[in-house]
Design a protein around this ligand. Structure first.
Ligand SMILES: Cc1cc2nc3c(=O)[nH]c(=O)nc-3n(C[C@H](O)[C@H](O)[C@H](O)COP(=O)(O)O)c2cc1C
Length: 423
């Protein structure tokens, strides 16, 4: 991954400006540097000092600052970057962009740039739904501006809810990664424009598609208080769900028990056991793409006790195991209603690629994402080293942050799905 990727982040005057501090930190973790412009109103919500401390360089605020002009100049500022990101994109900034106003540093940079622009709108639902904002957004769509969010939900204003919440830093990051990757399907349709309140988007490499993702472990009850589990955290599956949503898909996430938050803009169904997960998956079908990244327990106890088993001196209780349903194979082998693309995960501790190739053939899926979980801290950790195994061969990726794996994987899957659809 190149360390030279950079964005110009324009922080507008909305309550969501505080989320940009987290975004800057996450961008840095990914080797993406951010130079920042803070609008006058933005500076009411976060300080230039906080922004510059996190970004690691001075935060720009004033069009007429001679020092800034001498240092870099507003034209160069808007072009010496790979991507302009506006977050939060206020109703005001959106209006200025739509009409081509240039009366402060942010709007001037936006008008002067020769780079692509990604915006993360954030405003009160009434402002978002106002005909003026609708008109302005339609204009930006025509102008090729990329959009992530907004999400739907409770507002900072008491009692208000609806579309207008800024996308979460992880979602904005995923959108930035896709925009910076500049891969063909992304370039064609990375618009994300007009995300609907339900989380689906009208544009994006997966626009109009229903993507089903499973994530996390399953818990298989032994008795009412004990269960069999594994170390899966759900970080990889949840990141995939977030990346698919950022790519424009309507996403259903079926998650086993995890302690991480549900991704925004995704319908999350929580389950406990493998049997519940299969039932939830089947209820969520049809789907265009299914990605089974959950670490489903292979076995459960044959006779789950209805009362807590007692240590009563009569010896160790026999725990006979039986096989759980195979969710990946069940869905991949469906005669009717099989998703167009079925992706499985293989967590192995040895012979990773050979086992994945055997699994691909046995399960009837289209792609296996294989990873070595033996002693590397992958399960529960933040990084992953994966190999993409198809009937055509194996593609091995370097060790990447799980969110980066998710973004790349979603772009890869979108390409595969487009090839299959002949588009
Ligand atoms: C407490 C408070 C919160 C605000 N939140 C938002 C917001 O989330 N979105 C928005 O479009 N405007 C919001 N505004 C209004 C903007 O700050 C105002 O339109 C300002 O002119 C925007 O300037 P800018 O676009 O240059 O940053 C808020 C104002 C206040 C006082």
């Amino acid at each position: 991954m190149s360390a030279s990727r950079s964005i110009l982040l324009i922080i507008g005057g909305g309550i969501a400006a505080y989320k940009c501090l987290e975004l800057i930190r996450r961008l840095k973790d990914r080797g993406i540097s951010s130079r920042c412009i803070l609008t006058k109103a933005g500076a009411e919500f976060v300080t230039p000092l906080a922004v510059s401390s996190l970004a690691g360089e001075r935060c720009f605020t004033d069009l007429f600052s001679l020092t800034d002009e001498a240092d870099i100049g507003h034209i160069a500022l808007s072009r010496s970057t790979d991507l302009l990101v506006v977050a939060p994109a206020t109703a005001d900034l959106i209006a200025k962009m739509a009409t081509g106003l240039a009366n402060d540093l942010a709007s001037t940079a936006l008008l002067a740039t020769d780079k692509r622009v990604l915006i993360a709108p954030a405003m009160n639902p009434r402002m978002w739904q106002h005909p003026a904002t609708r008109r302005n957004m339609a204009q930006l769509e025509k102008d090729g501006v990329l959009v992530v969010g907004p999400n739907s939900g409770a507002m900072a204003e008491r009692g208000e809810s609806g579309p207008g919440r800024m996308a979460e830093p992880a979602e904005i990051l995923a959108a930035i990664e896709l925009a910076l990757a500049g891969e063909a399907p992304c370039q064609r349709a990375i618009g994300f424009l007009g995300r609907l309140p339900g989380g689906a988007s009208t544009q994006g490499p997966l626009a109009g598609q229903h993507v089903l993702v499973t994530s996390g472990p399953t818990h298989e009850a032994i008795d009412p208080v004990r269960y069999i589990a594994n170390r899966s955290s759900g970080k990889q599956g949840h990141a995939i769900a977030a990346a698919a949503a950022a790519a424009g898909a309507r996403v259903t996430l079926v998650s086993g028990p995890v302690t991480i938050a549900d991704p925004d803009g995704v319908e999350t169904i929580r389950v406990e056991s493998a049997r519940e997960m299969l039932a939830a998956v089947e209820a969520a079908l049809p789907a265009d793409i299914a990605i089974f990244s959950a670490a489903v327990a292979d076995w459960r106890v044959a006779d789950e006790a209805t009362e807590k088993m007692k240590k009563d001196g009569s010896g160790l209780p026999p725990l006979a195991l039986i096989e759980n349903p195979d969710i990946l194979a069940t869905v991949a082998h469906r005669q009717s209603g099989r998703p167009g693309l079925v992706v499985g995960f293989a967590a192995e501790t040895e012979n990773v690629i050979a086992y994945a190739q055997a699994k691909l053939a046995k399960k009837g899926c289209d792609l296996i994402v294989a990873n070595d979980v033996g002693g590397t801290g992958v399960m529960g950790g933040d990084a992953n080293t994966v190999h993409l195994v198809t009937r055509d061969g194996v593609e091995s990726w370097p060790t990447l942050a799980k969110q980066e794996v998710a973004t790349r994987l979603v772009a890869h899957i979108a390409r595969l799905a487009a090839m299959r659809a002949g588009t």
